[in-house]
Write a protein that binds this ligand. Structure first.
Ligand SMILES: C[S@@+](CC[C@H](N)C(=O)[O-])C[C@H]1O[C@@H](n2cnc3c(N)ncnc32)[C@H](O)[C@@H]1O
Length: 375
């Protein structure tokens, strides 16, 4: 299986996979590989917090010509895997070292080979579409070979289902969870999320602290559209995941100076089933309540990409964030993710760790500080 994630989260994803009992077999930018069955894919889709997609490798073959592609794809027993009543979505990608073939052409050729085979074997073919509403297939061209995957996820796992409203420039859910896990937060110390926007960091924190499977909220995954999908086994996995949910014993604070943002965050938390575990406050940064001991203070401040405070305002804000962390540390940790690469050096605190991650196409820095408390 190839499990994909945002660039920069591979290490956290690897730890998550190990925690679920899988031994990673390989790693490259945005992907960690593990061995497993289609049934394992269901568990991974349900439990992984930092992954985007779980791709199940079905076949690899040489990519010398268009005929190779058509023959390689049409040679597989699609009629045993796909259903006629479920739409088919085919995506394709070309690894950077490959030239001269458009991914649209690859996807079209692949889809033709699949539906031609089904028409011959079954007399009918499924509809195909550009959105992942049913079964999903992914074709990758890399190092002179095609790799054909069943995409068992469809809509990426970062879309948990709870965030139906958001403020400008929200963090992806998988990235918010990745931030917390990478910083070593285990859900046993207080979590404070000033400038919470739509509440993603606090909501993901509540999910981690309560051991709530992130996929429990989703209504569908692409594997449910495959022929022979073991519904009973899936329901058992979900039931077992529901039994895993624990009460949250630590304070979690989500605050923002915008009342509208706080209301959005609250409604998102309600949909995620964690509203009662989070204390919501309409508060300017400096007035955010910080319960101790050893709080993890995690922020995603504006950085002037899509939202537009002036350069001076931003500089002043980042300086104030540094002061806030210094004042409220109490032996905890400060974690800040920002797309403002220059300002990420302006907090005036001693750095514990700095790393790079992508929020969609935007390159971000994560800076982490050990917080010793008031001087
Ligand atoms: C980039 S957004 C955070 C997005 C959030 N991580 C999410 O996933 O939705 C930054 C937020 O900081 C808030 N904010 C900006 N300046 C603030 C201040 N001085 N005090 C409190 N909140 C502030 C804005 O209202 C906005 O909601």
């Amino acid at each position: 299986m190839a499990v994909t994630c945002a660039r920069g989260l591979e290490g956290v994803l690897r730890s998550e996979l190990e925690g679920l009992g899988f031994a990673p077999a390989g790693e490259a930018p945005t992907v960690v590989e593990v061995c497993g069955t289609l049934r394992d894919c269901m568990r991974l889709n349900l439990w992984l917090r930092t992954a985007h997609r779980v791709l199940w490798l079905w076949k690899e073959f040489p990519a010398r010509s268009a005929e190779d592609l058509y023959r390689g794809v049409a040679g597989l027993p699609w009629e045993e895997v796909l259903r006629l009543d479920q739409p088919l979505n085919v995506r394709a990608a070309n690894q950077a070292d490959e030239e001269g073939v458009s991914t649209a052409w690859m996807a079209l050729k692949c889809k033709d080979a699949i539906v031609d085979r089904m028409r011959v074997r079954l007399g009918r073919r499924p509809d195909s579409g550009s959105t992942p509403k049913g079964a999903c297939v992914f074709l990758l061209r890399s190092a002179g070979r095609f790799r054909l995957y069943l995409d068992t996820t469809g809509v990426p796992l970062s879309f948990r289902g709870y965030r139906q409203e958001s403020v400008e420039a929200p963090l992806r859910e998988s990235l918010a969870a990745g931030l917390l896990l990478a910083s070593g937060w285990t859900g046993r110390t207080p979590l404070v999320n000033p400038m919470c926007g739509s509440g993603t960091i606090a909501i993901e924190g509540a999910g981690i602290a309560s051991r709530r499977a992130p996929g429990l909220q989703r209504s569908r995954f692409a594997f449910t559209s495959l022929r022979g999908f073991p519904r009973e086994e899936w329901e058992q996995l979900r039931e077992a995941a529901r039994r895993e949910v624990r009460p949250i014993r630590i304070p979690i604070v989500a605050a923002d100076w915008s009342r509208e943002a706080v209301e959005i965050a609250r409604r998102n938390a309600r949909r995620a089933g964690v509203e009662n575990a989070i204390r919501f406050e309409v508060a300017e940064l400096d007035a955010t309540p910080v319960p101790g001991p050893r709080p993890w203070i995690v922020l995603n401040p504006e950085y002037g990409h899509r939202t537009r405070p002036s350069a001076e305002e931003l500089e002043e804000l980042y300086h104030r964030i540094g002061q806030f962390l210094r004042r409220h540390g109490q032996g905890g940790r400060g974690v800040i993710i920002t797309g403002h690469l220059a300002l990420s050096r302006r907090f005036g605190l001693k750095l514990a760790r700095k790393w790079t991650v992508f929020n969609g196409p935007i390159e971000c820095r994560v800076v982490e500080f050990e917080l010793s408390g008031p001087e």
